[in-house]
Design a protein around this ligand. Structure first.
Ligand SMILES: [Zn+2]
Length: 74
């Protein structure tokens, strides 16, 4: 499998993509408060959650709400 990039047991869609796949884009979701802080101050806003959706089959592969993961999106 050419697509196998060493990922282990992450959730996959029917195309076999997981959230680490290059085609899969994160969709960031912010709380209203975080959004207002972002507009006003633009500082240190962390998403509330990030959805990973497959661009090919439009399946929601995984929703990440883990704090450590969110920090990557600051
Ligand atoms: Zn897919």
């Amino acid at each position: 499998m050419a697509d196998n990039q060493g990922s282990t047991d992450l959730p996959r869609c029917q195309c076999g993509f997981d959230r680490t796949h290059g085609l899969v884009r994160p969709e960031r979701h912010y709380s209203t408060l975080a959004m207002m802080m972002w507009i006003v101050g633009g500082a240190g806003t962390r998403p509330k959650s990030v959805d990973y959706r497959c661009p090919r089959c439009n399946t929601l592969i995984e929703t990440v709400t883990d704090r450590a993961e969110m920090l990557k999106f600051c």
